[in-house]
Every structure is written in C-alpha cells, then in structure tokens.
Design a protein around this ligand. Sequence first.
Ligand code: IMP
Length: 427
Amino acid sequence: MPALVLLGAQWGDEGKGKATDLLGGSVDYVVRYQGGNNAGHTVVVGDQKYALHLLPSGILSPGCTPVIGNGVVIDPSVLFSELNGLNERGVDTSKLLISGNAHIITPYNVTVDKVTERFLGKRKIGTTGRGIGPTYADKINRVGIRIQDLYDESILEQKVEAALDGKNQLLTKVFNRRAIEVGQVVEELLSYADRLKPYVADTVLVLNQALEDDKVVLFEGGQGTLLDIDHGTYPFVTSSNPTAGGACTGAGVGPTKISRVIGILKAYTTRVGSGPFPTELLDADGEALRRIGGERGVTTGRDRRCGWFDAVIARYATRVNGLTDFFLTKLDVLTGWEEIPVCVAYEIDGKRVEELPYSQTDFHHAKPIYENLPGWSEDITKAKSFSDLPKNAQDYVKALEEMSGAPISAIGVGPGRDETIEINSFL
Ligand code: IMP
C-alpha cells in the first residue's frame, strides 16, 4: 500500500515536477491535494519542456491517473487551457479525475485578490494574483462554490448570490470598483459544466480503493513548507496546507495510509513574493544563482529571490512534515563556486539559535550564521551515481544530509529526466 507524499521543503519551486515525473512510470495515481494554478511545475521529457500550473505532473505519464483532490481550488478556464495545450502536443488527458468537492476560483475571487493586493500597497503579500486566497477564504466562510454545484443550477445561483452579497459591498464601497452581476457569473460557471462532467468523480473513494488494491499513489504538494498557512512564514504564505498533513485532508486519505514523505530540497534557497528570507543574497552571487538556476517563476514570470542553503529551514521541514527522505535538486547550479556558504544557525538579538523561531518578530531579525564548504568546478551533469560526483560535491551533500535530519535519497544534477542520481529507491 505505498502512498507517498512529495512536497517542497522550502518556499516552493524546488523542482517537484522533475521528482514526480521521475516516479511517474511506476506510480498509478498522482494527486494534487491543495493550492491551485498558483503552482508552477516545469517538466522536461526528452527535448520537450512542459509548464504545468494546475494539473498534477503525472499527467505526462501514460499509465498514470492524475487526480485533482478536494483540497484544490480550480479555475476552470485555466484548467481547460492547460488541457488544450497538452492535447495539442499529443498528450492524452482523458484519465484525469476531479473531486466534486474541490472549490472553484470564480472571476470575483480573482478580482478580490488583485484589488486587495493593490490596497495593501507596500504591505502586500506578493500573491500570484490568481484568486487563491479569496477562494479559500470563501471556502472557510462557507460561501464557496464547488465543482458539484455546477450541476444544480438553482443552488448555484443561490450560492453565487450569497457569495456576492458582501463582496459587492466591499468592491463598490471600499475598493471603488463596479459591482459584479450574479447572472453573469452563473452563466460563465455553467458554461464549464459539460466539459468538466466526464472528469468529476468521488476521488476519496477512488483513492482509498486504489490503496486497498495495492496501487502506488503519489500525493504531490504545490508551493512549499514555508508557504503553509499554518506552518509557514505567516502572513507571507499561501492560503492552504502544502505540508504533509494537507495530503490527508486535501485528498481524504487517513494518516495511517501514508508510507513515505519526501521533501524536495533545492541545494540553495529561493523565494517568490514578499516576506522574510534570512539567507537572501542581494549581490553578484544572488544574481549568479538566479541566472544559472533559471530562477524565474513558471506561473508569474517574476524573478525569484535567491540565497544560500538554509539548514535551519531544512530541519524544520523534516520535523513539521515527518520527512522520511529528501530529494536534493539543482546541485549542478552550484558548480563553479570556490566555497559555498551554508547557513547552519541564526543569530537573533545576539544569541545563536539552532531552530526556526516560532515568533515572527524573531524570524524577521534572524541573521544567518554560515559555514563555508569547499566547492567544485567539474561538470556533474553526467553523474549517474553518488561516487561519480567530485569529492567536494559528495561532502556538500553529506553535510546537508547531516544538518537536515533525513537521508538524501536522490540528487538532481540537471533539468532532464535522466539527470538524476538515485541513491535509495522511493518505492
Ligand atoms: P498566492 O498563493 O497566490 O496567494 O500567493 C501567496 C504567496 O505564495 C506569494 O508569496 C507567492 O509568491 C507564493 N507562491 C504561491 N505559489 C507559489 C509557488 O508555486 N512557488 C513559489 N511561491 C509561490
């Protein structure tokens, strides 16, 4: 009954798509359990590069059933354009399953996301502007619209009316915008119903039956641990739970079913949007990491903020997710530095702190304490096994493993599917 969770151990963009796809051939189901089209996965298959935002990356593996779980928020227009794009390139998407309980990102959720950010000015979160936060807010406020609502027109109308009641007051009176018409929203939502219908399923039942039948199920987290609404750097977070527990609630699978939790860990650190980032580099090294690592958002096209590896964060990710393994990505990006600094602890108000402080104020004051590790200059992209790596690269990996608290079971040495060193099999 192998149920694996694969999630970002830092602030997202660790290279999850590559890891999921590496397993794709042996995995029967790939499930997204939270987030929406704020995620961005780049998957390279042969000479083809795919950018996915909402669909699970397992959609590219022919034997695999991709599932969008109840915890995900879906913008149907984005879903269709992603499906169309894949179909045009010959990818069969007919096996996709979508939970009827997943919430819909409505046009007014997108509007509220954008105007709220504008209104916050320099205090903005730096959201992707895709309506994620407002859609989850509606869900928690119990005025959300779910996929299943598309199949009962009168209920849909009542729900949209309830949701827009307060929002129109806000839009017109606070944000000075035009009110949104109920009829127009209902019409747009209904226009998606027929095309969505074949995909809609009781995904909780399907997944639990699959696990009983000994199928391999992979739960794929969007974003990352430090962007978790509960365990991340609140309020500079996304509005869902990318951490391991989110897989249980967002897919309807009990925690006793999860057999392995794999944290994707970049060999350095990046973050998009606002918020604290102790090892951020605002110098030539940061620029070099951005350039060599191609650190530009798949979803937003924004440059990512770059910095050295932070072991405090990695330890925190191990703890909060109960990680059993790490998949270390983008090690090749660090080739060429004479020495590579690694943050081993923080200095906060003159004191050495080994673990992530729970206080937001303390974290904002955290200064990295670095240890310099010797670098390497050899090309590592052709390495097939750990012993193929130069000694200093091996030592860098071993040091990260020791500091981070879980074994590194795979290492990415290039963007291609085959540019991965497998140390321990995930299955
Ligand atoms: P939202 O998810 O659009 O609400 O944005 C909230 C925060 O999460 C912002 O800082 C975004 O930049 C960040 N974020 C959302 N999705 C991703 C992702 O896939 N990778 C990295 N950062 C993300």
